[in-house]
Every structure is written in C-alpha cells, then in structure tokens.
Design a protein. Sequence first.
Length: 279
Amino acid sequence: MATRDNLQKLDAPTLVPAATVPYIIWGDEESGFVNDLFHVMSKEMVVVTVTMPPGAAFSSSDRFRPYFNTHECLYVLEGHYTCQDPNTGELRSIGKGEMLLMRELQWHYGHNFGDSELRLLEVICPPANAAELKDHPRPQSAVPFDAKALADWPRGRGSEQRRLEKIGQGERLNAILGKKNPVLLEVLASTEKVGFAVARLRPGARSDVVSFPYDVMYHVEEGHLFVSDLDGGAYFHAGAGDCVFLPGGARHRLFNHEAETCVFDLGTAGSLDRHTVEA
C-alpha cells in the first residue's frame, strides 16, 4: 500500500498521469478520514488533490495534525470547501475557481457542506514536516464561529486581519508570462514560499522559453498541454488531471496542439515574479 513515506521524490522533469497517482488515506477515527492523491513530492513542494464526499469533515488527533510550518494554496476544482480555524472560529467557504491561502503555523479543519464531491488541489511549499511540530498543543475543542464578528455583522467584518485568506474569482491579479508569445496568468497567490496561477492556452498557441529558480508544476484542468523540456529533451503530453513536474532551473516551453483551449494551473515553490524569459 502506498504511504507518504514511500512515495518517489521527484528531481527531474516528469509527467505524472492522473491514472497513476496513488490514493493515500489521511486521518483516524478522531480526526476523520480524507482521500489524498499525491501528484508531486519533491524537495521544495508537494501537490495533492484532496477528495471529500458530501458531509465529510476532518479535524485533528494526536497523530494527525493539520498544522504546518509552510505556505499552502487550496484551490477548488469541483464542489465547495469550508475551512475553519478551530482557535478563533474564523470560517471561509470557497467554490470552484476560488482559493484559500494559508501561511505558517495555521491550524485548519475542513468541511464539505455541499451536495457533491469536493476536489481540492493543494500546493504546499516547502513539504510539511509534522514531526517538527508534534509537541505544539492542538485545540481541545473547535470554536464554532467568530464571536466578535457575529456580535456586529457586517460592521465587524474588517476589524481584524484574516488568517484564512480567501481569493475569489474577482480577486485574481493579472500578469503576463513571456514577451513574444505572452500567456496571461490569473494569479491567486504569490509569496516567498508559494505561487499559484490559472492560465489558458488557446489552440495552436505556445509560450516563450521560460524557467523558474525553484520547482514548478503544471496541472491540467481542461484540454491538453504539451511541455517541452529543452535541456533534457523530454516532451510531455498532459491531459485533464495530469501534472507535469519541473525542477528549479529547467528551461521549458508550453504548447497547445489541440483544437480546444487548454486551462491549466501553475504551482511554484516561490513567488511568480522570479522567472526568466528567453528572447
């Protein structure tokens, strides 16, 4: 049976077909159970699709502790996700195309209050080391709501900085990747540890030759994406649900040779401004 400890650590350009991604169970009777599909594990990043049926939820136990010294992007592919800070009662609900950004040392519990399966793409940078934080006390009970906000809503809405940072459809930052063959990125997160963007490549289009100084991954939502690894000579064809992993420094180019637009997600182990475009 596949476990996180025996997963292959990627260090070279790799196509990860959806059909080969192992299911790994997270949780126990106290915390609740979650299906994790591990697409990528490298020295700099972890990429997982979390699936939860309607009514499912997870919290924590002494062994399973959703509390990490990392930055995490949680992007909804299908369904609805509600994330809870058990210490403060802050809750954020997001639907398809929306994302939550969580920074270091953030307890988070999750719920699927919807009527359909939740599919949540999670990009974690760097990989979490739960053992380092095993002695940090976990919440003994979960606060069910933000009492200060609920006492005077909506006036209390902006009284404090939110730790669960919701990025909705209208809150994406536009950026262009490339010069001669520009690709529009809709950026949902870009921090010193993690970046996440959604992009489209129209039929027959290609990107410039680009590289990032840290590990990156491309996850296809719709259509087909072709990725050319210029240094190693590999040429990857990724369909819906597939991932392409590239280590830091890998020079590559994106193509769409199909008749439909490709919609893909870009995850990076650092901010999206740190990239190189070749003339």
